[in-house]
Design a binder for this molecule. Structure first.
Ligand code: ME8
Length: 509
């Protein structure tokens, strides 16, 4: 059977330009998608924008443009940002896309016809910035549990989705599918804090908002954003249309990446929508932690951030990708600071990876005019390095599977560090002084080039630009995941004009 893989990011609100927090989720998803593609999976990677709702309506009004004009501009900016970050999504879905709008209307009608959606009266507390409704038990002191802003009471005719009907089935599902919610700590949080206290039916339409998808059979109502937004993961694949090959091929999603504050929507409302539609649930919803600046979440409402392009221009795209992937451990929050970014770039990218590539290519040019093959004059100390290299792909596979990307990178950098140590231990400059050691010297450099080839091939998923540069400097243009063991019988011709991969950055910000 063909190996397939479907990964998604949240679709972000284009209420303001995207910031480094949005980049973080998208870089994680992109790196996993790239890794899977390189590993032979037929992969679909979806990202996009969640364009409807009151918040966008208000922003557009303030800016004196229509909501559509407002979001068009931000989406254009977002697409440029994803280009600059080397993001390889297969589709950028917008909730204003015609196909999405039509399918959401069909989903709503289907759920209404089968009585999972019914008409009632909504009374409750609403947070405008988060576009979330809260119950009195959830919202203490009349403030939003997510953003801390004041809630207002609203009352209007509305349609509701019967969450309560699926409550027990959902709880059983979560308990019997330990990979559904990751990290595991969030499973208990969902069950104990949200499901066990009882699920109230969810309001899925509003009459007070105009900027949204109209309910096809009751046009006073527009579909309330979470039903509209969550459906993107299946509308993007042509669910309920004649062109549903992508849906048949890729659904259910393998990994849905979301920030921890929206795990609740993705592991309660979303699975219930899917259950009601009689569709399988995503295999894993991964709730990652937040990037923090000076103790606060980087956020549009706090405005505590720079345009991510400023960092990309200053430090390079791969340094940014590496930093966010390496610095933030599985599921935890991580601090985003330029100082930490500079330390990581200097220690790992310039001093470890760049240095290894530069020293090795320099020696291959100096001692062998740029061309070498394996002379197989082995010594016991080679074994340790070679087995570390040969075990690497199995380790990174395991860490990608468990979504511990920072550990996958750690394993790759262990090999790079061991390779630098191998240079110090074998001292090629001493071997070069002895003519009888020429074949040993060539074997040492061959082993180093194999280490560089294999690590750069895997690193292409995370730092595509620099990895391709390394591979081309050592005369290998194909990054082939099928050849990730040391090849005893190959040869290399390295560039005679090596360029530095990463330069050390002075700590002046
Ligand atoms: O919630 N650190 O959109 P949104 C890490 N439209 N990740 C962050 C972050 C930070 N400081 N700030 C934002 C929405 N993110 C909805 C989603 S999905 C059907 C609808 C990332 O623009 C993280 O992935 O508020 C978070 O969940 C998402 O951006 C929120 O983006």
């Amino acid at each position: 059977m063909e190996k397939k893989f479907y990964i998604t990011t949240p679709i972000y609100y284009p209420s303001a330009n995207f910031h480094i927090g949005h980049c973080y989720s998208t870089i994680i998803a992109d790196s996993i998608a790239r890794y899977k593609r390189l590993d032979g999976y037929d992969t679909f990677f979806l990202t996009g924008s969640d364009e409807h709702g009151q918040k966008i309506e208000k922003k557009a009004l303030e800016a004196g443009v229509t909501p559509q004009e407002y979001v068009d501009k931000i989406v254009e900016n977002a697409k440029d940002l994803w280009d600059k970050l080397a993001i390889t999504h297969d589709r950028f879905i917008r909730t204003t896309d015609k196909d999405h709008v039509e399918i959401v209307q069909k989903i709503f009608k289907k759920l209404y016809d089968q009585k999972d959606i019914y008409k009632g009266e909504y009374k409750g507390l609403y947070c405008t910035p988060c576009e979330s409704f809260w119950t009195e038990t959830q919202a203490k002191d009349n403030v939003c549990p997510d953003c801390g802003k004041e809630l207002h009471e609203v009352s209007e005719e509305a349609y509701f989705l019967k969450l309560s009907k699926y409550q027990q089935r959902l709880e059983e599902y979560i308990k019997s599918h330990p990979h559904f919610i990751k990290p595991e700590s969030r499973q208990n949080e969902m069950i104990n804090n949200f499901i066990k206290p009882g699920l109230e039916d969810l309001c899925v339409s509003r009459t007070s908002i105009k900027w949204g998808i109209p309910v096809s059979f009751d046009e006073e109502h527009v579909i309330y954003v979470w039903l509209d937004a969550l459906s993107n993961y299946i509308t993007a694949l042509g669910y309920l249309t004649e062109n549903d090959e992508l849906f048949k091929k890729y659904w259910p999603a393998d990994v849905q990446i979301v920030g921890k504050e929206i795990v609740r929507f993705h592991t309660i409302i979303w699975p219930i929508i899917l259950m009601a539609l009689d569709l399988p649930l995503p295999k894993t919803v991964f709730g990652h932690g937040w990037l923090i600046i000076d103790g606060n979440k980087i956020s549009k409402s706090l405005g505590n951030y720079k345009d991510p392009r400023d960092y990309i221009d200053k430090y390079g795209v791969d340094a940014i990708r590496y930093f966010v992937l390496r610095e933030i451990p599985f599921g935890n929050d991580g601090n985003f600071s330029e100082e930490a970014l500079i330390s990581r770039t200097n220690a790992d990218l310039a001093n470890t990876w760049g240095n290894l590539v530069n020293r090795t290519i320099g020696m291959v040019n100096k001692y062998f005019d740029g061309k070498i093959e394996n002379k197989k004059v082995e010594e016991p100390l080679d074994k340790e390095l070679l087995s570390l290299i040969n075990d690497l792909k199995a380790k990174t596979d395991e860490k990608i599977e468990s979504l511990e990307i920072s550990k996958a990178l750690e394993a790759i950098f262990d090999v790079l560090r061991a390779s630098n140590k191998y240079i110090d231990d074998t001292a090629p400059w001493i071997l070069a002084k002895d003519d009888t050691k020429k074949d040993r010297l060539e074997t040492v450099l061959y082993n180093l080039l194999e280490s560089i080839r294999i690590t750069a091939t895997i690193l292409e998923a995370f730092m595509p630009t620099s990895s391709k540069n390394v591979l081309s400097q050592i005369g290998k243009t194909d990054s082939d995941f099928k050849c990730l063991e040391v090849n005893a019988n190959s040869s290399f011709e390295v560039t005679s004009t090596p360029s530095q991969l990463f330069t050390r950055i002075e700590k002046k910000i």
